[in-house]
Design a protein around this ligand. Structure first.
Ligand code: AMP
Length: 439
């Protein structure tokens, strides 16, 4: 099926073709006609599925059908909330790309940068506002934005929004919107918390789901390299050099770990930069653009910083450390093999992480192939240690702020009780693993 049959205006189809898309993705096929009818949506989809165009195209169509009252002093008629600055910037770029033949105005507001240029943009009149919750509330409190004319609300990556502790901000924002509006909620997971949020927010929503095996894109080749914790940096250097990987996105569990690894790689002649929440917005943007234009070979990121990053044709993703939450593994590897392209996702797994690996294998419903790299064989005498730091993921109680003292305590307690021992480790990798160079 082509874009022509979905009911989008000629200007939007022209923009889509200019972008080089020949046919809609599964999520676009499902979401576009429903949104055009003015209905609410609860969409289960993650980045990599084409969901941004899935909501942006019909949103632009609907807004362009009714011209705004006056060109200046117009307030947003569509509000797109995203959990991170990077995702906000990317969604805004999609709005610009798809809306290039329309006369709608859009702007982005997020924290970490000067608020004044944002105020000027808002003052000059905006149809579509892309925002992160905290900075948007700052604007609302200062009365530099008027949300009373919003007709369409999009909550993008709602699960991550809750994970990052934005639920109260989101609720405050929703209270500032007109009661009558169209709501589009997208989330990679439908946890109890998300369902509760959806119950309060959405009006007879149409459920849209891309097949659950899309959770783990088939074209992504996944491989586990068992290795001792202290040898991971050396193994990664070895892999990048011996396999001549040109562009690698590497995930670490902590900000400190990201800095340390980027430093180690640099010392070994591999150009790299770290991207995480402690970096200024300008440093993050610079690192990302240097990575995209191949000025640096490796981008080391924490989960939150990397969430939603859209990097075309990313060939390799490495989990330097497994994430604390199995679903984050799926998000991470979703950075490669995007929109039909092939990719390779490699995880360096030490004995401490066997429980995390098991959780991932349960989630994706299959055992991942393991390959021991000669010279990097795990030492069977090393005992597992609890993983003490890192982000506490979504849990049944949900919504804890990352890096909070509470989260850490909660996590370390959980790890203690499920701590693997050395014999499990030997048995695990010996039975499933094979020795060899891998791909
Ligand atoms: P998203 O899931 O919105 O982050 O999109 C993932 C990637 O797919 C982005 O690089 C988009 O530019 C690309 N994309 C979106 N829609 C299509 C399509 N219909 N055909 C090919 N690529 C697409």
């Amino acid at each position: 099926m082509s874009f022509d049959s979905l009911g989008l205006s000629a200007e939007l189809i022209k923009a889509v073709l200019k972008k080089g898309y020949s046919k809609p993705t599964a999520i676009q096929l499902q979401s576009i006609p429903v949104i055009l009818k003015g209905l609410d949506i609860m969409g289960r989809a993650q980045t990599g599925t084409g969901k941004t165009a899935g909501f942006t195209l019909p949103l632009l169509h609907l807004l362009s059908k009714h011209s705004p009252p006056s060109r200046s002093h117009r307030s947003p008629r569509a509000l797109i909330l995203t959990p991170t600055r990077e995702l906000a910037a990317q969604v805004a770029m999609s709005v610009d790309t798809y809306g290039k033949y329309l006369s709608l105005k859009s702007t982005t507001v997020f924290g970490g940068v000067n608020i004044n240029p944002q105020i000027s943009k808002l003052r000059s009149g905006v149809d579509i506002l892309v925002a992160t919750p905290g900075r948007l509330l700052d604007h609302a409190n200062q009365k530099t934005v008027d949300l009373s004319k919003v007709e369409i609300l999009v909550l993008d990556e709602a699960d991550r929004m809750l994970d990052m502790g934005f639920i109260h901000d989101v609720k405050k924002i929703i209270n500032l919107l007109p009661k009558k509006r169209q709501n589009l909620l997208f989330s990679a997971t439908f946890s109890k918390d998300i369902k509760r949020l959806a119950d309060n927010l959405l009006n007879s929503p149409i459920m849209i789901e891309v097949a659950s095996n899309n959770l783990e894109a088939e074209q992504i080749e996944q491989l586990i390299y068992p290795v001792d914790r202290i040898r991971k940096s050396d193994l990664l250097t070895h892999l990048i050099n011996s396999k001549k990987w040109p562009q690698v996105l590497v995930f670490t569990r902590t900000k400190h770990g990201a800095n340390r690894l980027a430093g180690h790689l640099e010392k070994n002649g591999i150009t790299s930069a770290a991207i995480h929440g402690n970096k200024s917005q300008s440093a993050r943007t610079l690192a990302l653009s240097r990575f995209k234009d191949n000025s640096i070979r490796v981008l080391v990121a924490t989960d939150i910083a990397a969430r939603g990053l859209d990097i075309d044709q990313l060939p390799h993703v490495v989990n330097f450390e497994l994430p604390n939450v199995a679903e984050d593994y799926v998000h991470r590897i979703g950075r490669t093999g995007r929109a039909g392209r092939e990719g390779e996702a490699v995880s360096l797994v030490c004995i401490d992480e066997l429980k995390l690996l098991k959780d991932i294998e349960i989630l994706i419903k299959r055992e991942l192939p393991k390959t021991v790299i000669p010279g990097y064989e795990p030492d069977p005498s090393i005992k597992a240690e609890p993983i003490m730091n890192g982000r506490n993921g979504r849990n049944a109680r949900g919504g804890k702020k990352p890096f909070s003292g509470n989260a850490r305590n909660h996590y370390s307690t959980r790890r203690e009780s499920s701590r693997p021992n050395a014999s499990m480790y030997r048995g695990r990798f010996n039975s499933a693993g094979k020795s060899g160079r891998g791909k």
